[in-house]
Design a protein around this ligand. Sequence first.
Ligand SMILES: [Zn+2]
Length: 258
Amino acid sequence: MARMIDTHCHLDMLEDPASALGELGLTQLVSIGASVQHAHNAIALAEGHPEVFASVGLHPTDVKDSDSPETRAELEALSLHPRVVAIGESGLDDYWAHDQLGVQREAFLWQLDLGRRRDLPVIVHTRDAPGGERASQGCAEIIKEANWTRGILHCCNGHAGLLRAALDLGWSVSFAGNLTYKNAHAIQEAARFVPMDRLLVETDAPFLAPVPRRGKPNRPGYVRYTLQFLAALRGLSEQEAEAITDANARAVYRLPLT
Ligand SMILES: [Zn+2]
């Protein structure tokens, strides 16, 4: 099997991180470190495994309890580590933390600025309240305001205005396991629309397992199921879709060729 990259997973949250590497032809992955503790975990995994790279940042659902000058100083220092390839995940979450959008916005703007200062892409998480679009609209406004040109719309939710804002900035758009879900019409529509050279696939493991593993703990190797679904949507062979998304992943994170 050819190379395969999972552009977004939480490797340290799996029960058996080391055995997840290499499954189903996986060759490289980015482990997200969206708190001080997770950032340390992700960097430790990256130091121990040549195929693992790390991000560092502050997740929007953690901002209220953990954002502080000390937290920011530590994450800024960790972001200088040579195995850190991105900032985040950051963004707005109106589902789990709907009363905290103000503090989330501040932390998001700080991380966009950190991405610019480090010349790293910023990974953006967006989750709306049921039936709402406040987080999506807010994220669109914030990334336009920050105007940083390296970024990834992670776990694309299909919101047209946010997608437009990200593409206009030159960002990449990443599709997770929920692309494969039966009622994911808006996400599937977005996956048909995104230019070929901006398409990424990810697992967000251990969350959001794709069909046919839906409901089970997700694993980085399952990115292949999402890739197969995306290939069918775009009328590509699996090999073509894999070559395209892997080249895009290496470009956005500036990963070395293996
Ligand atoms: Zn994530």
